[in-house]
Design a protein around this ligand. Sequence first.
Ligand code: ACO
Length: 364
Amino acid sequence: MELKIGLEGVAIAETKITCVDGEHGRLIFRGYYITELVKEKTYEEVVFLILNGQFPSAAELKTLDETLKKNRALPEHIKSILKALPKNTLAMQAIRTAVSALQVSGEPWPPTQAQALEIFAKIPTIITYFYNTQRGAAITEPCNDLSHAANYLYMLHGKQASAAHVKALETYFMLSIDHGMNASTFTARVVAATQENMVGAITAAISALDGPLHGGAPSKVADMLHDIGTAENAEPWIRAQLEAGKRLMGFGHRVYKTYDPRALALKAVTQEFASDNNPLFKLALYVEEVALKLLEEYKPGRKLYTNLEYWTAGVLRTVQLPEALYTPTFCLSRVAGWSANIIEQSENNRLIRPGAIYVGKDPH
Ligand code: ACO
């Protein structure tokens, strides 16, 4: 058996969903470049595309929209679970717990798009219900006049967000909807391949996403910028990190060996919103420049560039999301991609069962 630690360079499935071209920095959803999708399509259209492989007709888009709106409200038992969680529960733990307790319609196997949409529609409500309950704020029920992203911001802040903020968040959602065989998507497929149901597969994917090397980085990027504080401190701070063998959050990627195209698109969105003299944006631009220079100096040839998570922090801060909700918001956007992968796995299923090479003691 060949040893491939981290499964690098190993394909576990054929897919028609997403192509990640790491060498050239290109990302394709169902045959369309994401750079084009974010300019021309709405988030709901891209959700339909990811799940169905084609753009919706007007009637299909209306049905998707109505299905999502109809499924936003939380059942009473989920509200009770969220209210009963200890005060120090983190939002990702709360989402994982609530999702694992959801009941969806239909048979457990094979997983269906209807089940996926029932879960997907509720994630923003779970996040905002938990967050507002935990800090003793008023609960804002879902508003069915608003899109998925607009309703999320509305439930979070208790008032409608500006069109510009909704557009920024939708851009982020579209860019992070799916990304090849990353750890959480792989987890979703491994679990689905055992013929576990949609709820179980998505619950497992949420756990995988929560780790700091995957979805847990954006709030760490915010922490890093906060710690650095000033442009003068950027170089000594980054040098000290690299000298100590620590990683810079928001840089490096297993697949991209060039600038992450999603980061580039988000940097453009952040730039659109940040006025020229916005101190945080200026600091983020400068820290990025210094970090790329020092990564090349300390890690020559490793091809470490900016990843999605670096500029995610900029967009999420712009739309006034609290840092505690950065990873949950990433999770919210990924559910549609996980669902597409779970359904694709079920359509041509084979149990995923790699081996391991035993290097322990021989029996006595
Ligand atoms: N800062 C400093 N050094 C780094 C970084 C970084 N961010 N990323 C990789 N390196 C170094 C490693 O120390 C290693 O150096 P070595 O050859 O001297 O041992 C070399 O680059 C290769 O690192 P690997 O761990 O093999 O790279 P891998 O492909 O496994 O890592 C990962 C990818 C986990 C994303 C990594 O780059 C990292 O930890 N980045 C910081 C966390 C982060 O930004 N996560 C978000 C990822 S994007 C997403 O999930 C949407």
